[in-house]
Design a protein around this ligand. Structure first.
Ligand code: BG6
Length: 299
């Protein structure tokens, strides 16, 4: 299977597919600007590292690569619902897109030396059982000095469909105690640890306990200022007016089997989302694109 994908899509000096953990196919990208890894399982970016810089994404040391389970770390694609399905709490948390095998649509290079990989996922009888809408999803990943991920939902059914989504990005940080997150000052958020109560952010976010919040009306860039590693990571986005900020802290880390007990100081999730009142309804034949670009301001 890997040979066949390579024969159609490998690009010398940019991209080749190899067998990752448990023989799972992974796109290995290396160009003049950066390296990256993208698993077909989940359409999941698991690594991004600009040249001569530290890794930008956090991956769990305890991640299990056991489909259909999602991979812990990197950028899980959550779709078509976020969190627990309101109507069907027994269905997979954060939807099914991160649990399924995506296919390669196209690989290409850009004029500035970037590498572009397009993956796709379509409705099938299994997805229709979980969510009764026909769809085509595409995930375009552009690896340059920055990392762009664009998730497009095309409604191929005959009725409007309402979706929630997240590019659930795990960022690597030097020490969570020395992190400030800017860009959400003054915004309202649902506190998921306090029955979704609406609260207001005052100043930058600092994290010294479990945090699980859906910020609302957030179109500005978010910047993670990481004093321990002397770097700033910028998250710019389009098609999104909500942002989730999550760190599991001590007790929740212990409850997650694929998350190291001592992993919480090394990461923070800043998620580009369509969550809460920012869910989107797409008419038949219509589409919606959720996109983020991650760049390192200084290192
Ligand atoms: C976050 C949610 O987006 O994802 C949290 O806000 C959740 O409540 C976290 O714990 C991780 O979810 P999962 O399903 O990957 O363990």
């Amino acid at each position: 299977m890997i040979d066949e994908i390579n024969s159609r899509h490998a690009i010398p000096d940019h991209l080749r597919f190899s067998a990752g953990p448990n023989h799972m196919p992974v796109a290995m990208i290396e160009n003049d600007h950066a390296t990256a890894e993208i698993h077909l399982h989940g359409g999941h970016v698991t690594a991004f590292q600009p040249r001569n810089r530290k890794p930008v994404l956090w991956m769990s040391r305890e991640a299990t690569f056991c489909p259909p389970k999602p991979i812990r770390g990197g950028i899980p694609v959550c779709w078509p619902w976020f969190g627990t399905s309101a109507e069907h709490p027994d269905r997979p948390q954060h939807g099914f897109a991160r649990n399924r095998e995506w296919r390669v649509i196209r690989a290409d290079t850009g004029t500035a030396g970037e590498t572009i990989l397009d993956l796709g996922l379509k409705s099938d009888p299994g997805t229709m059982e979980l969510w009764p809408h026909a769809f085509e999803l595409s995930l375009k990943v552009i690896v340059a000095g920055s990392l762009t991920v664009q998730l497009t939902f095309l409604n191929t059914g005959d009725s409007p469909a309402t979706v929630a989504a997240a590019l659930h990005t795990y960022f690597a940080v030097g020490d969570i105690a020395q992190v400030r997150i800017a860009g959400l000052d003054g915004r309202e958020y649902h506190d998921q640890l306090d029955s979704m109560t609406v609260k207001r952010q005052n100043g930058d976010i600092t994290i010294a306990e479990e945090v699980d919040r859906i910020y609302l009306d957030t179109e500005d860039d978010c910047v993670i200022h990481d004093a321990a590693w002397n770097r700033s990571i910028r998250v710019a986005k389009t098609g999104s007016r909500s942002t989730v900020v999550w760190n599991p802290w001590i007790e929740k880390s212990k409850r997650m089997l694929d998350f190291p007990n001592d992993g919480y100081p090394e990461m923070v999730c800043i998620e580009t989302t369509n969550a809460a009142r920012d869910q989107r309804t797409v008419e038949p034949g219509g589409s919606h694109t959720l996109s983020q670009t991650v760049s390192v301001d200084r290192d």
